[in-house]
Design a protein around this ligand. Structure first.
Ligand SMILES: C[S@@+](CC[C@H](N)C(=O)[O-])C[C@H]1O[C@@H](n2cnc3c(N)ncnc32)[C@H](O)[C@@H]1O
Length: 315
C-alpha cells in the first residue's frame, strides 16, 4: 500500500453493522481521512447525514476534501469522541448509528513529523491533537522511572519494561531524548537480545507511549456506555479496535450493556429494574478476510464489535 494513504479497514462490514439507510443520522467519532464516512454517506443516500469528529485537524482537513461532494449532509468537528454525550445533547437529534475506528491512521504513522513511527527519524511527538501540550518527549524526559516502566508494561505489555525505563532515565541524564530514532535505538539496545521475533524491539514501547500521550484508553468504556444510552431503539454502535487492550475494553463494555438484567431468563418482562440496553451483533468479533489481510497488512489485527440498542431505561 502506498505510504501515507489510509485504507479503511473492515469497510463493508462496518457499514453493514451500522445498518446505514436513507434518512438516518450517523456519527463517525474517528473520521480520519473520511473513508468510512464516505461509505456511510453513500449507503444512506440521498439524505442520510453524518457528523464526523477527529482530534487531529490535519485528518479533518483531508476528510473535508473527500466529503465535500456530500455538501450539507456532512458536518465535521475538531473534538475528542469522549465529548460525544455533550455534543449529542446539543445537537438534539439522537444518532441512528455510531462508528469508532480506534487508534491512529496510516497518514499519522507514515508522517515522520508526527513522531509515531520508529521506521523513520522524527521529533518524539505522537500527539493526535497537536494543540495538546504533552508529547511523547514530555513523558520520556520527565516521568520517574517507575511511572515510565508502568506505562510501557501496561500499554505495551512489554516484558522488558523496567530495563527500558532505566535505560531511558540514564540516557536522558546525558541528553534529553527528543527524536524517535534515538528512542528506538535505546530501546533496541535493551530489548533486542532477548527477543526472537520479526517485530522491531521498540514496537511495544512506541505503542505504549502513544496510548499514554493520547490517553487512548481512558474513559473508553464509559463513552461506549454513554453512546449506547443515547441511541434510539434499533440504533447501532460499531467499534473497530487494533490491539488486545482496546478490544478487551470494547468487549467488556458491550457485554455489560447486553447483560445488565438479572431476571430469570423465562420472565417475560424485566422486573429487576436494569433491563439490557443492547443486543450484541454476533458472538465473535468480525475479522478481516484473507483478501483484506493480504491487501492491507495493517488490517490484520482489526476486530469489529457491534451492538444494537434495545428499548429500555438507562437508570
Ligand atoms: C484508524 S483512524 C480512522 C480512519 C477512518 N475511519 C478512515 O476511514 O479514514 C483513527 C482516527 O481517529 C482519531 N482519533 C483517535 N482517538 C480519537 C478520539 N478520542 N477522539 C477523536 N478522534 C480520535 C485519530 O486522530 C485518527 O484520525
Amino acid at each position: 500500500m502506498e505510504k501515507g494513504t489510509h485504507r479503511p479497514v473492515l469497510l463493508r462490514e462496518a457499514v453493514a453493522a451500522l445498518g446505514c439507510r436513507p434518512g438516518g443520522f450517523w456519527v463517525d467519532g474517528t473520521v480520519g481521512a473520511g473513508g468510512h464516512a464516505e461509505a456511510i454517506l453513500r449507503a444512506s443516500a440521498p439524505d442520510g447525514r453524518l457528523l464526523g469528529l477527529d482530534r487531529d485537524r490535519e485528518a479533518l482537513e483531508r476528510a473535508r476534501r473527500l466529503l465535500a461532494p456530500f455538501g450539507d449532509r456532512v458536518a465535521l468537528r475538531h473534538d475528542d469522541f469522549r465529548s460525544l454525550p455533550e455534543i449529542l445533547e446539543a445537537s438534539g437529534r439522537p444518532p441512528d448509528g455510531i462508528l469508532l475506528d480506534l487508534g491512529i491512521s496510516s497518514q499519522q504513522i507514515d508522517d515522520p513529523a508526527r513522531g509515531f513511527s520508529f521506521q523513520e527519524d522524527g521529533p518524539l511527538d505522537m500527539r493526535m491533537d497537536r494543540t495538546q501540550d504533552t508529547t511523547a518527549a514530555t513523558l520520556v524526559n520527565a516521568l520517574p522511572a517507575r511511572e515510565l516502566a508502568a506505562i510501557v508494561a501496561r500499554y505495551g505489555e512489554e516484558p522488558a519494561a523496567r530495563r527500558i525505563a532505566r535505560a531511558l532515565v540514564a540516557e536522558r541524564a546525558r541528553e534529553p531524548i527528543t527524536t524517535t530514532g534515538r528512542l528506538a535505538a535505546i530501546v533496541a539496545r535493551v530489548a533486542r537480545s532477548r527477543r526472537r521475533t520479526r517485530t522491531h524491539p521498540a514496537t511495544r514501547t512506541f505503542q505504549a507511549l502513544r496510548i499514554a500521550v493520547n490517553r487512548e484508553l481512558d474513559g473508553l468504556d464509559r463513552l461506549i456506555e454513554q453512546a449506547v444510552e443515547r441511541l434510539p431503539p434499533g440504533g447501532r454502535i460499531a467499534v473497530i479496535s487494533f490491539h488486545s487492550l482496546e478490544d478487551r475494553i470494547v468487549k467488556r463494555a458491550l457485554r455489560a450493556l447486553a447483560r445488565r438484567c438479572v431476571c430469570p431468563r423465562d420472565l417475560p418482562l424485566c422486573a429487576c429494574g436494569r433491563p439490557d440496553l443492547a443486543r450484541l451483533l454476533g458472538r465473535k468479533p468480525v475479522r478481516p478476510g484473507a483478501e483484506e489481510a493480504r491487501d492491507n497488512p495493517r488490517s490484520r489485527s482489526a476486530r469489529l464489535r457491534a451492538a444494537e440498542r434495545l428499548p429500555g431505561g438507562t437508570s
